[in-house]
Ligand binder design. Structure first.
Ligand code: WT7
Length: 648
């Protein structure tokens, strides 16, 4: 067992898979890479056969770049593959252990989960939901979010889960884009002991959107809410008389399983469309390989079902593997900073999957918190969401993995649906800070502007060269944007991930971060343009430039440069108001760290705000060539203001 400390004592550059781990691992033969490379379609087909299909596919892949179809002619149901298929061997196995922030615990066996899902599927049907109708789910991490997702999948209604901390306005935008008639939400929930009035956010948000016909409300927190006659119904009331059996809908492999909205480089969020068959094969397979799930594992992914990680690696991948899940509703420091380690000890968690921003926070809190608990049941630990710096990786390995657990740093995206670059814990030698190598069947590369591979050590753009089963099919209702964003950079058949990266002499991938105007705050994706368009909707704001500033804990924080309308006075009150405005209109995770007022912003001669320049000012870096600026002097002024505010 490695000794625990806050400062890793020695710089170890590489870690071999521990011998005992490798000996028992699901994958311990590196030959899997060669086999998958020689015949990627055969590789995916072999794994697809482990799922239950109503009808087998006629053809594995149709690739007409940038469009792919997988398991063509295949018929499948995702919910059936997560629940019914487990009944024979695992009916009484615990599928879900849920813990509330206040300590309440609820457990569901596979059979119990299936019953609840069927009952809710029937509720949806009774609400008029048919195959193809999109249902919006706006719930915190409570069992009902998983039940609602699987119920949608069962009846072939794609779900659109909106992160519970988003504002009512953000919810309404997504409902509008998806044209969703039914919404599933709750009265409220607790965050660090304080109530979040979820239903009030709904009422405000959808007031003017006029699409929602029915709101199904989970009674969770018990706070007072108002129910709108004819529109709102209580979950527990409609569930009471609902039938316990519901035949799964037979879906085409290419039918949409769900929509997931994510931020991009324009003002509007994109609805990422995932198809059923390929997504199930991809998440089932990668869960099995990367997390090495065994029958007795207790698996805890700390993500939220409001993001893709919750879809792929809480719900679909792990349940299709018959896993026992732990989920937790609340904050890691409630009631104290050892909550995670307490959960691991009590539930005997064996696999932990969390985010670098959390790891860096734990590191700051110090190793005395995990030391208070017996977390030696852990045998594998993972990371996702942003680059993990070597220091945090080493701390995680020593203090949480106790020096014995392999660390899997997994690179992927909402758009990829599955883990794309990651160690296989029984095979891959890891290097702290590197996501290592593409998964079997995936060809990735680092390319320059022209599409040529960069030399080792040289920065470039991360690209995926071949299709994979869970790739984004389109942007909902905006095919043009799909092609423009992901495929137009090179040749319309190479996927542009939007990340900068480099490879080392051994070919290992080192992800640097976003190269486009997407900011990552604690792993949450926020688009600069989306943020700016909200800021300029405030009556006092004329112009806004929003950029990410590197931050030790959160990865990035938001700096918001604002020009006020003429006649508006700069004041601290107005700064506070603008911060709350961002919070109210997007969500608390989008609260700007700094608001910097300025009479002018760096602009091109044609008047376009140059975010690149703002970003270098925020990050105290050389802004480079300024000759194309309307007024280069503004840079010095902004630099000075930024530094003054930072030291205030
Ligand atoms: C972006 C995708 C994938 C689920 C959670 C985030 C960054 C993600 C890593 C990693 C370096 C990472 C990238 C990517 N990212 N994982 N292991 N190392 N960067 O999904 O919100 O769609 O964000 O997250 O920048 O493009 P997402």
């Amino acid at each position: 067992m490695g000794e625990r400390s806050d400062q890793p004592k020695k710089e170890v550059k590489e870690f071999e898979p521990p011998e005992d781990f490798a000996a028992n691992a699901t994958v311990n033969d590196p030959d899997i890479y060669r086999r998958a490379e020689e015949d990627p379609e055969g590789f995916w087909e072999e794994n697809a056969k482990e799922l239950k299909w109503y009808r087998e596919w006629d053809r594995v892949l149709k690739w007409e770049p940038p469009h792919s179809e997988w398991f063509i002619g295949g018929k499948i149901n995702a919910c059936y593959n997560c629940l019914d298929t487990n009944l024979e061997k695992r009916a009484d196995k615990t599928a879900l252990i849920w813990e509330a922030e206040n300590g309440e615990i609820r457990k569901y066996t596979y059979k119990e989960l299936l019953d609840e899902v069927c009952r809710f599927a029937n509720v949806l049907k009774d609400s008029g939901i048919k195959k193809g109708d999109i249902v919006t789910i706006y719930l915190p991490m409570i069992p009902e979010v998983i039940i609602a997702m699987l119920a949608c999948a069962r009846i072939g209604a794609p779900h659109s889960v909106v992160f519970a901390a988003f504002s009512g306005d953000s919810l309404a935008t997504r409902i509008g884009n998806a044209n969703s008639r039914v919404l599933v939400t709750c009265d409220g929930y607790s965050r660090r002991g304080k109530v979040v009035e979820q239903k009030n956010k709904v009422d405000d948000g959808i007031k003017s959107c006029g699409i929602i016909e029915k709101v199904i409300v989970v009674r969770h927190h018990g706070n007072d809410i108002s129910m709108k006659e004819g529109r709102d119904v209580w979950w527990h009331e409609v569930m009471k008389d609902s039938d316990i059996s519901c035949e799964p809908e037979i879906m085409d492999s290419e039918d949409m399983l769900f929509l997931m909205y994510t931020s991009g480089t324009t003002g509007k969020p994109k609805g990422i469309v995932h198809a059923t068959g390929g997504y199930m094969v991809a998440t089932y397979t990668t869960t099995k390989f990367v997390f090495d799930l065994n029958e007795d594992d207790i698996y805890w992914c700390t993500a939220d079902c409001g993001w893709i990680t919750g879809h792929s690696y809480i719900v679909y991948g792990p349940l299709a593997n018959g896993a026992t899940l732990v989920t937790y509703e609340g904050a890691p420091d409630y009631p104290d900073k050892d909550r995670y380690w307490d959960i691991i000890e009590r539930h005997k968690v064996t696999i932990l999957y969390t985010a670098p921003t959390a790891i860096r926070t734990f590191m700051k809190w110090g190793s005395s918190w995990p030391e208070m608990h017996d977390i030696s049941t852990l045998r594998l630990i993972g990371s996702v969401g942003e680059p993990i710096n070597p220091g945090a990786w080493l701390w995680y390995h020593e203090n949480i993995g106790l020096g014995k657990c392999p660390v899997v740093d997994t690179w992927w995206q909402t758009e990829t649906g599955m883990i794309m670059i990651s160690p296989l814990p029984g095979v891959t030698t890891t290097k702290p800070g590197s996501a290592t190598m593409p998964m079997p069947g995936i060809k990735a590369a680092v390319l320059d502007e022209k599409g040529n591979e960069t030399a080792p050590g040289e920065d470039g753009y991360l690209a995926i060269l071949n299709p994979w089963p869970s790739m984004v099919r389109t942007v909902f209702g905006n095919e043009e944007r799909f092609i423009e964003t992901y495929w137009s950079k090179w040749d319309y058949k190479t996927y542009f991930a939007g990340d900068g990266a480099k490879r080392d002499d051994d070919g290992y991938f080192w992800i640097i971060g976003r190269v486009d105007d997407v900011i990552k705050v604690s792993g949450h994706r926020i688009g600069s343009a989306e943020f700016e368009s909200i800021m300029v909707s405030h009556p006092s704001v004329a112009e806004a430039g929003v950029v990410g500033k590197e931050d030790e804990l959160k990865g990035e924080v938001i700096y918001c440069y604002v020009t006020l309308r003429s006649g508006t006075e700069e004041s601290d009150d107005l700064k506070r108001e603008l911060r709350s405005y961002a919070e109210k209109n997007i969500g608390p995770f989008a609260r700007p760290k700094l608001i910097i007022f300025s009479d002018d912003l760096p602009k091109t001669r044609s008047g376009k705000i140059m975010r690149r320049v703002l970003k270098s000012i925020a990050n105290n870096k050389d802004p480079g060539d300024l000759t194309t600026l309307q007024d280069p002097d503004v840079v010095e002024v902004l630099k000075e203001r930024t530094r003054t505010l930072e030291s205030a």
